[in-house]
Write a protein of this length. Structure first.
Length: 138
């Protein structure tokens, strides 16, 4: 068991790192930012096509914010500049995604997502009305 303690404790420091609040925030930012790749990979494998879910953009936003906070605390101009503007495309992609989700029209008969401009469901033929919701077939 002593070998395990020596593996993680170097000079009485966990992983040999001098830990403090800002160091923990920086590492948390790295973990959050890195985890977005697993989210995107899992979503793509599940759908068998390239998919970038909203959780990817949320993790990107949170991770880059934490890394920016760490860079500011360290007064590191390279870190600050690297993460200062990354929030712009992340938020823009979230806005676009949420707007697109609001415009989707689901068929009440077969639960297929139809084009918001469609008048009829392409799968089952039920008449759709985007303004008032799907209408039942006559």
């Amino acid at each position: 068991m002593d070998w395990l303690t020596q593996l993680f404790s170097i000079n009485n420091k966990f992983l040999g790192i001098d830990w403090h609040l800002w160091k923990a925030i920086g590492w948390l930012g790295n973990v959050v930012f890195f985890s977005r790749f697993f989210v995107q990979w899992w979503a793509t494998e599940r759908n068998k096509q390239v998919v970038v879910p909203n959780s990817f953009w949320w993790l990107s936003l949170m991770g880059s914010f934490l890394l920016l906070a760490y860079g500011v605390s360290r007064k590191d101009s390279v870190f600050i500049f690297a993460y200062l503007f990354t929030w712009i495309p992340y938020i823009r992609n979230l806005v676009i995604s949420y707007r697109a989700a609001e415009q989707k029209l689901e068929c009440p008969a077969c639960q297929i997502v139809c084009d918001p401009k469609a008048k009829f469901c392409s799968t089952c033929g039920v008449r759709l009305n985007a303004a008032t919701g799907p209408l039942a077939q006559a």
